[in-house]
Design a protein around this ligand. Sequence first.
Ligand code: ATP
Ligand code: MG
Ligand code: NA
Ligand code: MG
Length: 284
Amino acid sequence: PSDTGRVLSIQSHTVQLLGFDVDPINSVQFSNHTGYPTFRGQVLNGKQLWDLIEGLEENQLLHYTHLLTGYIGSVSFLDTVLQVVEKLRSVNPDLVYVCDPVLGDEGKLYVPQELISVYQQKVVPVASMLTPNQFEVELLTGLRITSEEDGLTACNTLHSAGPQKVVITSALIEGKLLLIGSHKKTEEQQPEQFKIEIPKIPAYFTGTGDLTTALLLGWSNKYPDSLEKAAELAVSSLQALLKRTVEDYKMAGFDPSTSSLEIRLIQSQDEIRNPTVTCKAVKY
Ligand code: ATP
Ligand code: MG
Ligand code: NA
Ligand code: MG
């Protein structure tokens, strides 16, 4: 596998990093993220997405190595994304589809309820890698995740539905913040499973979920046989970036624990390109 590829990224925010050519399709164009009191702008609908795909097709530009999707706000848009997956795989059968099934967090759903079954029945089966958080895994599998054991069982359930790689990007289990990864390399083998304990920073950040999935895509392309390595690099980059974010806020005279922090993405390019592994994976 080469370390460069071409990603079609259908996300509300896009990161371009680690040597990929990224063609971003903005599923929304907002003045600011929705954590602010108000926002303005436009939402792309399924028909408009398909129009862009047809434009790419007319010019024979549909050869992608990866598709990355994040927040999707309606069933009609998600159905069109499914058509995109099919279309891209007809051009490149080896297309890797990295799906962040953004549904909600900490018990709160932030998409329409009817999206859950579309993800379960149609999206999970075609995804190559899935990056849910704890609440999203629960919604997708119907299992409650209160222990590490539960997390691993849920990963197995998801593997049997489709994806070879599953990363629970964050789960609060017995007071600890964990990433749990699971890589089912072949049909016959048991998945290789691991956890990474993440030092919890007492602050709330926006955009970390999107970045985590993008970093996992990037590092998994470099280390296709070691989800563990990819996750260590992704988490370590992110922790360095969050540390910088907190320091920058403090330097500017803000108390980082009292508001939602905008991550210092551009300022952290070195940590993204050349992370030092500070968070090690532990095998199960
Ligand atoms: P999505 O938003 O895509 O549904 P998510 O809920 O998993 O996913 P986050 O909660 O942002 O997204 O977590 C993603 C990663 O961000 C975690 O794996 C962790 O490394 C990092 N992270 C986020 N908040 C913190 C924090 N307060 N302290 C330490 N790490 C954090
Ligand atoms: Mg979260
Ligand atoms: Na996630
Ligand atoms: Mg999130």
